[in-house]
Design a protein around this ligand. Structure first.
Ligand SMILES: *[C@@H]1O[C@H](CO)[C@@H](O)[C@H](O)[C@H]1NC(C)=O
Length: 197
């Protein structure tokens, strides 16, 4: 009985803490979607389809994280991450249902998206932003080379599991998983040490 009461108190404390933090998430953010959109548009205006130069332009405005293949982690904390994500050959998949708002700034190519219940694709060309709201889910497709500056804000750790599941069930790319985990963890812990949630 005592154990149950104790558990109840713990659960109560944690859910209050969670609700408190969840309703104050805004306070932890250091990046702004509107500024990132400006940054992407300026980078494209400057370097067009020279995507390497566009990425470098964006990169120097931020602290460097770790680079790996087609994904560069620019910033990662418990409540935000900023990465360059993309493919040179096209891809399609499921966005997953996430615990964060996702802003996909297209710096090259076009992304198509489709939400259940609609009948025409959403089209996101170079220079536009695809905002996937927290909790929403869509199917997406990039026909050719497509790269984006992806910014997510909300609760980031649960989103990482989506990437893990993908590795275990389809890509089996464990070296990349390991590097992603290492760089993300290093960034998150580094930010926590600076009192950045
Ligand atoms: C990039 O390439 C696409 C297709 O090749 C073209 O439509 C677009 O205008 C180019 N963008 C810039 C900024 O040069």
């Amino acid at each position: 009985m005592r154990t149950l009461t104790f558990l109840g108190v713990i659960v109560g404390l944690f859910s209050s803490l969670f609700y408190f933090l969840d309703s104050h998430l805004e306070k932890f953010y250091i990046l702004e979607p509107t500024q990132l959109h400006e940054l992407s548009k300026n980078a494209i205006a400057e370097h067009g389809n020279d995507t390497a130069a566009v990425v470098k332009y964006i990169w120097i405005f931020n602290n460097a994280g770790g680079a790996m293949g087609a994904m560069y982690i620019i910033h990662a904390s418990i409540t935000e991450y900023l990465i360059i994500f993309g493919t040179a050959v096209g891809t399609e998949g499921h966005t997953g249902r996430h615990t964060a708002d996702d802003y996909f700034h297209i710096i090259r190519g076009t992304q198509l998206a489709y939400a259940p219940g609609t009948y025409t694709p959403e089209v996101y060309p170079q220079g536009s932003v695809h905002h996937l709201r927290r909790g929403d889910v869509k199917q997406y497709k990039m026909n050719d080379a497509c790269f984006a500056l992806e910014y997510a804000r909300g609760w980031i750790p649960p989103m990482l599991f989506f990437g893990y599941v993908d590795t275990f069930t389809s890509t089996l790319d464990f070296p990349t998983l390991w590097r992603t985990t290492w760089v993300t963890a290093r960034e998150m812990v580094g930010n926590l040490a600076r009192m950045k949630l």
